[in-house]
Design a protein around this ligand. Sequence first.
Ligand SMILES: [Zn+2]
Length: 410
Amino acid sequence: MAARVAVEAPCSLHQKGFKREEGCASNLLLLKHLVGTAKSNHRSLYLAYIDFKKAFDSVSHDAIILAGKRFGLGPAFLTHLRSTWGLRPGATLGSPGVLLTRYRKGLNNINRAPLKPQLKLWCVTEVLQPQLQYPLLHGEVKTGWLKREWLAKEGFDLDELPKSAPSDSWDSDWWNSVDGAGCRGSATLPSFSGWVRAGTRLMSGREFVSAIKLRGNVLSTRSREARGRPERPVLCRHGCQRPETLGHIQQSCPVTHGWRVQRHDKIVTAICKHLGDRGWEVLREPNIPTPNGLRKPDLVFWNSVQSFVVDVQVCADMGVATPNDAHERKRDYNNTPIIRQWVNEQSGKPPVISSIVMNWQGAWAQASYNTFKALGGTDELGKLITVRMLEDSVRMYRMFCGAGALRNVH
Ligand SMILES: [Zn+2]
């Protein structure tokens, strides 16, 4: 907009705001010159500093339009200005009615558009909501109005709305719930979660919606369907005498064992390819003899500088296993003198023992993330691995639900 104004209605040479130049520096030079000249010529000089309090908040947008007209901005540009702020002649910025109409219209348009769900979500979060941010902050909309007029009309139960602003207790309530446990610590754990809001093309619309449901632990399971309905069965439909939760399906049900192995192996393959492309020597699942039997870490690899032992795991979301705990267990399991010595003999270097561990909601262990980055793993590859893992988890859930007649798994 500043670039257009500079062409259509160039303003005073000495006004520096919104111009592509070192405005402060040139005005300081000018001031220095004025003071210097006045002093050397023994002339009086008067300086006035004026600071408009909250200039950006308090100037009416109608006044800006009017000023633009006086400065010679064309009708097309003025129309653009009005539409950018959602102003019609006479309408007030952020008046509740205008906002509500705009939001509904925007949602309708997005909803009707022939787009994948992830692109619709992108439109809402990146286009529609930012448009409302400014009028909501500076307009006339008050919280009370929002609750009374908007949410009530949209069918929300106002008594169910939280009484206070979002706070830390919301987070801990969520993490302590069955559904939210997998997200515990996710704010501090690294993840390649850009796919959620970036309108990813990696997934079909159906896969995307399912992956979001998986992340929120809201896919239908017997435990979930039995909430508030004590007569409903909760045990695994394939007869393993354990409550059928998403965690059970993803991590421990024997029926899904084969698919679980495939999900794991695909991650190992992706890491292997990445390392191979970068010239690492890679051993996949080498047999390392130890007094406790053979050990088979997923990957042993080295180059001329370093060597690594890395196990890959998609870990559970419940119990003791945060991804960081799971990483430590994997590391401690492989961090034995015999394994270190075996790798040292192969590669000529003492190995770094690490892991690639993430939970089935896509949060990575911090140390795994660091290792992945240290090995040249890009955000793009991290996202790809995470998205494929989620797709496999969704597929596993679907196979579980559709896995034919009841099977006795014992
Ligand atoms: Zn089961």
